[in-house]
Ligand binder design. Structure first.
Ligand code: NAD
Length: 230
């Protein structure tokens, strides 16, 4: 298991042009979460929900990884067994920067999932074909995204990764969806990088706090991890 866990949220993709949840005038200000990404939306608001995720997939064609994604990919390339990349993000910017085995806790936009048997299918940035059915069981597909109120089976792998973690880095997460402070308390080194303080995070439990853009913080983060791994 890796000694270093890099845990990220919407903030790391913000400089690539993808809105975080809390950006004023951002994408999420224009939608009501309970209508497009809450458990049950696919039954009572199916077409709008699918159209929303079609648009998110299409949006990925107009954005690129930023220097923070690339710097972490390079770090992982140098220490392939020591770095786990774990993200709440559903975009594919880490993969496009070259990161391997990224754990997506809340799903992955370029992928669909059968609502019946769970089989997955990569569709890239295409629109979801509404009549497309699963070749295993005939079930219908949905975006492979964990909606609010749904189970998040990948969390188990986050907990496993944290068992061996000695150095935790958090980049671009407000802590409102997943609280990481208790993990930071149990590791030797921890870095928190956000733009500003969050009410959902106790910054005192981190050994280093960097309130600046991820692209400006990443060199210091990489340097600290390299010194730790030696
Ligand atoms: P959040 O929106 O709650 O918080 C974003 C955090 O990023 C804030 O703390 C902010 O200070 C910080 N931030 C903003 N710009 C930054 C930058 N340039 N550099 C460093 N930090 C920056 O995001 P969250 O904690 O990830 O939780 C919200 C949920 O949003 C997650 O479940 C995630 O799946 C979902 N989401 C994902 C995407 C994506 O996939 N790109 C986009 C929006 C929302």
């Amino acid at each position: 298991m890796a000694k270093v866990v890099i845990f990220s949220g919407a903030g790391i993709s913000a400089e690539s042009g993808l809105s975080t949840f809390r950006d004023a005038d951002g994408l999420w200000e224009k939608y009501r979460i309970e209508e497009i990404c809450q458990a049950g939306c696919l039954s009572w608001n199916r077409e709008n929900t699918l159209a929303f995720y079609d648009a998110r997939r299409e949006q990925l064609t107009s954005v690129k990884p930023n220097t923070a994604h690339y710097a972490l990919a390079k770090l992982q390339e140098c220490y392939p067994n020591d770095i786990d990349i774990i993200t709440q993000n559903v975009d594919d910017l880490f993969e496009r920067a070259g990161c391997k085995d990224v754990l997506h806790l809340h799903g992955f936009l370029p992928r669909l999932r059968c609502e019946q048997c769970g089989a997955t299918q990569i569709i890239g940035y295409a629109k979801q074909e509404r009549t497309f059915t699963c070749k295993n069981c005939g079930g219908s597909f949905r975006p492979d995204i964990v909606f609010f109120g749904e189970a998040a089976p990948m969390y188990e792998h986050l907990y496993e990764a944290m068992e061996d973690c000695q150095f935790l880095v958090i980049i671009g997460s407000s802590g409102n969806v997943i609280a990481m402070d208790h993990f930071a308390l149990h590791v030797k080194h921890s870095i928190l990088n956000n733009l500003e303080k969050s009410d959902a995070i106790n910054e005192r439990v981190y050994t280093k706090v960097l309130y600046k853009k991820a692209t400006e913080a990443v060199d210091e983060i990489v340097g600290d991890v390299e010194r730790f791994l030696g």
